[in-house]
Design a protein around this ligand. Structure first.
Ligand SMILES: Nc1ncnc2c1ncn2[C@@H]1O[C@H](COP(=O)(O)OP(=O)(O)O)[C@@H](O)[C@H]1O
Ligand SMILES: [Mg+2]
Length: 267
């Protein structure tokens, strides 16, 4: 217990921002396989936090714990605390549906619903009981503008989302999250299936979103992490090896394993 406390205090000392998540002693098992080991992290508000590390190190597992998405997998067991603005979200009393509204998630492969562009953006608000046509159109327009997609789709909002390019589909998935007015965005390798130009647009978009949202992004690309993030956590075999300001991680990492990874010696 003592080491966890001092670890958090150390992190607080060089973290001038209010935190959105405080993660204390988080462990996670898939059956017998331990995928997260004693993770202790403070995730700052209105910043971009990158999660990096080799395949299988637990990046997706980690971000899926933050909106309890990981629980849909049978046999998952977690211990430890995840405080979200001070609230322990692992408590059984937390309503996961409202948690997932607050904490939106976008996956590696764009996954629009087989619906129109408008149908995708308005799916969540309608489920929340909003039916006023004008209000819905305002939500759609705002969300698509904020996801940097409006100009490309405003004349074809009733077209099926599958007719969009991969990059546009991914921005639509971001717009679908934004329509619920979330607080946090979890992005799991959101550009991994996109070409460089589409990836670049998404990176720019993420940069503009941090003004209003706290963002965690899993990425395989060192360039991407160093270009867009403020903080970087390096995971290895389910453990956080190093967590620091991105500039520090990429210029002068503290741990040799971080250095080996960022300079491409493994992973
Ligand atoms: N649904 C699952 N059932 C069992 N093991 C899983 C499952 N998902 C991931 N794992 C295991 O947990 C570890 C972490 O996986 P993951 O979080 O997907 O890593 P990453 O996103 O860093 O590639 C890996 O060893 C992986 O095989
Ligand atoms: Mg993954």
């Amino acid at each position: 217990m003592e080491t966890i406390t001092s670890d958090i205090q150390e992190q607080l000392a060089d973290l001038p921002y209010e935190s959105v998540f405080e993660i204390n002693g988080l462990n996670l098992w898939y059956g017998d396989h331990q995928a997260l080991r004693d993770v202790n992290l403070l995730i700052p508000k209105n910043q971009i936090t990158a999660v990096i590390g080799p395949s299988g190190c637990g990046k997706s597992t980690f971000i899926k714990t933050l909106n309890r998405m990981v629980e849909v997998i049978p046999g998952v067991r977690t211990t430890g605390d995840i405080l979200y603005h001070g609230l322990n979200i692992l408590a059984p009393s937390v309503r996961v549906e409202s948690l997932r509204t607050q904490i939106g998630m976008v996956f590696q492969k764009p996954n629009p619903f087989p619906k129109s562009i408008l149908g995708n953006v308005l799916y969540g608000p309608k489920r929340q009981g909003i039916h006023d046509k004008r209000q819905l159109m305002e939500i759609a327009e705002r969300s698509l503008i904020d996801a940097a997609l409006w100009d490309e789709v405003k004349d074809r909002l009733h077209m099926n989302a599958y007719g969009l390019s991969g990059g546009q589909q991914q921005r639509l998935c971001i717009a679908r999250c934004l329509a619920l007015q979330p607080d946090v965005l979890l992005l799991d390798e959101p550009t991994a299936s996109l070409d460089p130009i589409a990836s670049f647009k998404i990176e720019n978009l993420i940069g503009t979103l941090k003004e209003h949202y706290s963002i965690l992004i899993v990425t395989h690309s060192m360039q991407q992490a160093s270009r867009i993030s403020d903080r970087t956590a390096f995971f290895l075999s389910g453990e956080v090896i190093e967590y620091d300001n991105t500039a520090k991680i990429f210029s002068n990492p503290h741990d040799r394993r971080t250095d080996d990874y960022i300079s491409g010696r493994f992973g």
